[in-house]
Design a binder for this molecule. Structure first.
Ligand code: 5GP
Ligand code: ZN
Length: 114
């Protein structure tokens, strides 16, 4: 989708610090980390938000979960734990309108969030 920053990252038009990639998705470091480890997991295909997925599109959510666990194991924080979050829509705090999950780790995270 033209003008979408995460589409540009997925297609390598815009640089990002990519830590993992497969045919469906890209995992890269967040520009403004909120934890020692703060990664974003995005589908290569543009979807605006989780609530915009159609029934037949939900395989991507499973693939993103699988990629999060794979990266957590590879980067060595799986055992200590992590948080995988999808901010969805206005009330959910979504700013970038390309489906993405935050993967946060590296310190004990507060719950509930603000
Ligand atoms: P949201 O609030 O939409 O769930 O979070 C969007 C996230 O994307 C934010 O944490 C923000 O720091 C990150 N972000 C926005 N633009 C860029 C960018 O161009 N590059 C990278 N690496 N992260 C970005
Ligand atoms: Zn996009």
């Amino acid at each position: 989708m033209s003008g979408c920053i995460f589409c540009k990252i997925a297609s390598k038009v815009v640089n990002a610090d990519i830590v993992y990639e497969n045919q469906h998705l890209v995992v890269f470091k967040d520009l403004k980390p909120a934890a020692p480890v703060h990664l974003l997991l995005i589908p290569k295909k543009h979807y605006s938000s989780l609530q915009d997925l159609e029934e037949e599109d939900f395989a991507i959510a499973g693939r993103i979960n699988a990629a999060a666990v794979r990266v957590a194991r590879d980067m060595g924080f799986a055992e200590n734990g992590f948080r995988l979050v999808c901010n969805c829509g206005w009330d959910g705090g979504q700013v970038v309108n390309h489906l993405h999950y935050h993967l946060l780790a590296g310190r004990e995270l507060q719950w509930p969030p603000g």
